[in-house]
Design a protein around this ligand. Sequence first.
Ligand code: NAP
Length: 287
Amino acid sequence: MRIAFLGLGIMGKPMAQNLVKAGHELKVWNRSPGKVVEGAHSASTPKEAAKDAEIVWLCVSDTKAVEEVLLGSNGVIESLKPGTTVVDSSTILPDASLKFAEQVRAKGADFVDAPVTGSKVGAESGQLIFIVGAREETFEKLQPLFSVMGKSAVRVGANGKGLAAKLSMNLMIALTYEGFAEALVLAKKQGVDLKPLLSLINQSMVRSGVVDYKAPFVMARDFSANFPMRLMHKDIHLMLEAARQNGVKLPGLETVDKVYESSTREGNADLDYAATLMTLEKAAGVR
Ligand code: NAP
């Protein structure tokens, strides 16, 4: 298929690369020059990339970025043709996504929110999970592309529902990792050796995918970004805003938000969100 892929960050670049490897014809675009995908044509604007594309796929940071890429000057909307499908894998507010969907549909194209889970490792290995809000027939049409970039795709409901589900799942990731990090700090401060503790965690009911993914990085003290703290903090703000809009109280998440604020003040925003551990260590006087 002819696919425009917009946003070649930690997630977007390997996703686009996997589409090229599967034989699709790609035009890619990234805001800052210099990011390219082997085997793909690089376009100079989103408008140019989207011209003649059957599918336009976005994976950029936040709501403002999606708005600029879609609706800004030289944006996708300027060359969008009826029959095209726009798929957005960025994590943004469901409300904002619904407004983008309306504007895309007004051009005779279709719109899908398809945020992902699986992080950098999942994107590189084609093992992402797509969490989808879409019309059923559009979801079915996209299956071959989901299966190139991911191990599964689940349609949660109509537009916006993929993002609503994604925010709820990321809430669990933020809280689970915080629980893991706090447990490590408390154990270490009490003089517990962390190797047997990790073995215990992995044998017991507190084992989790979050711990499986993060523990090797934490034990190696590798806090380079798989999922940058600035993006998880952005997601925490999206969750709190979605909670406010829907009359839900999230006291655990409000507390975790404060840890992220401290860690950001300490200069950790571009590190992985696992670096919140260093903020807890600092407060406890332990490493
Ligand atoms: P990233 O490495 O920071 O890349 C962000 C991308 O967005 C870059 O291509 C960046 O362009 C572009 N961008 C930012 N602001 C823009 C703007 N105003 N206009 C146009 N492009 C703009 O982020 P990522 O990790 O790939 O994440 C992308 C999305 O996936 C985010 O919504 C994130 O929350 C979500 N996500 C990430 C992970 C993960 O583990 N990393 C997992 C699941 C979901 P430049 O190169 O010019 O900065």
